[in-house]
Every structure is written in structure tokens, then in C-alpha cells.
Design a protein around this ligand. Sequence first.
Ligand code: PHE
Length: 344
Amino acid sequence: MENLDQKLRSVQQEFEQALGSASSSKSLEQVRLQFLGKKGEFTQLLATLKDLPIEQKRAFGSQLNQLKQDAQERFEQVKDELIAREVDAANAKQQNFDVTAYKPHAYPGHLHPYSQFVHEIEDIFLSMGYEICQGPEVDSEFYNFSALNIPQDHPARDMYDTFWTTRPDYLLRTHTSTVQIHSLQSKELPLAIVAPGRTYRYEAVDASHDFMFMQCEGLLVDKKVNVSHLFGTAQTFLKTLFGKDELDIRIRPGFFPFVEPGFEIDMRCPFCSKGCGVCKHTTWIEVFPGGLVHPNVLRACNIDPEEYSGFAFGFGLTRLAMLKYGIDDIRLFHSGRVAFLKQF
Ligand code: PHE
């Protein structure tokens, strides 16, 4: 009897103590399991009743039940208080949230290296009096081939591994030369345009090939335009882009059906004087294909080649960006890798 009484009081004390030290609703749940759960202390006390004589059972039984009920109520009360405190703390935390707070190492973000490079190139040509143009990325075979003096069944079409669309005669442009035709059809002469943009080739992807890459087309049509204008433009552009006071160019013949004569313009390696990995130890880098606009291209746009002449070029913008910034894997451009993007 004495014993049970003592035990009862000590369980009650322990319960109050545990309630007092529970600091979260999680630790409170532990208290509930320890005292009021199926195997809890109060429940175990009730279980000891069965060994007592009948009259003690009656007296203690009701006392114990009352105690357990009180404990349950006390528990609910503490639980409500604790939850209220937790909600208040969460609200206070939100109110104290300072949207203007300076976070020292936050990375602010910036334009993609492609966009930066396109702007740089556009600025150079704008300073030379060129206009920036754009054309559709899905275009007809007329703009991509026929009007550019590449008739159907001409083997030159094989130079361009083409993505054809399900709409007959429509394709993803294989080069930005399509913009030459769009501009000649829609603009007054004389004209000088550059058109940076995406181009597509049906190609296996590796470190130096992607099925999508960027080119920049240039076209200048006026009276009495000759090859020296093209070479001067190429040299001025490359010198400015690579920040060199002097930068030699070298001219080799090159075939493109829409120019005659056609050229491959190489620049002296801007990174070395004796040969390096970038120029494959030749000191020359092939960068700038171009030529004089073929009379058939002018004719396809109802321009008299006896009166007007022009030059065109179309360099690999992606390739130039890789050269300038020493990027050795074309796939990085669209990888979305923050470590790569952060460098620009
Ligand atoms: N369009 C050509 C290509 O993609 C490049 C080029 C453009 C060559 C203009 C000459 C003049 O291969």
C-alpha cells in the first residue's frame, strides 16, 4: 500500500518534470509515449492493480484512473502551449526576414557567353557601319540552297548535312547565308548587314561538332565592290576582336557555290609567334570563309550583276568563341554547367 502510494507520487513527479523540460512538440511526444502510451508508466501502474486484494483494488483503481485522466489533460494543455509558442516563433522569424539583407557570396548571374560574344561581334560591325539582321531558323530550300546557286541535285548540297522537316522543302538552316537572300529581297541597295544566329547540321556530336552551332553572316552589296574590301573587312574585324594592333591574314582559294571567287581567310595565330597547340604549330588559323557574291545569287534576287557587286562571308561564331576563350569542348556551351558559365 505504502509502496504503491510512493510509486504513484514519484511517477507523477517524473511526469511533471518531463513535461517541463520538453522543448518541442517532438520531445513532448516522447513524454506521451513514456508515461501515457500503451507501455507507459501510468498504464503499467494500472497493470499492478490486478495483484492487489479487492478493496485496495477499488480504492486505488479509481485514484489511479483519475490520475491518468488528469495527466492526459495536463499533457494536452502543455502540448497546446508548446505549439502556440512554436507558431509564434515561426511567425516572428518570418517578420524579421530582411529582404534587403546583403548576402556576401551570392552570385549575381550574367549573360550567357554566347550572348556576350554576339554583342561583342555586333559592336565591331556596328562601328564599321553594318546593320544587324536576323532570319528564320526554319527556312525553305530556296533560301538555304537554290537562291544561293546550289540547285537541286547539285553535289554541293552534300556539303551540308541537313535536318529536313516533315513539311516538304523546309529545313533547319544549315548556314546563315539564308539571310543574304532575305536581306537582298527586302532591303534597298547599297546594303551592309551582319546576321549572327543559330545553324543546324545533321552531325554526330563530339568535342568539336554539335548539331547546333552559331555562325555570323556578312554581306555588303554596292557598286564597284572588290576583294580588297573583303580582305580589309576581315582583317579589321579580327584585329579588333583579338585586341591586336597588327594581325596578318592569309588568303587561300575556297569553294562555295554562292561566291566567285571564293576564299578561305586565315589569321596569324593571336596566341603565339612560333606555333602552339591552338594553331596546330602552323601559326595560321582558318577562320573566315568568304568571297565575292556570285552573279547568280544577285540575279535570283532581281539585282543586275553588271551594276552591282558585293562580298559575303560567313564565319563560325562558335568556333571563334572557342578560339578566343580557349574552350576545348563545344558541348560546354549548352551544358548549363555553372562552373563553366561563371568564368565569363
Ligand atoms: N555559308 C558558308 C558555310 O556555312 C560560309 C560562307 C558564307 C562562305 C559566305 C562564303 C560566303 O560553309
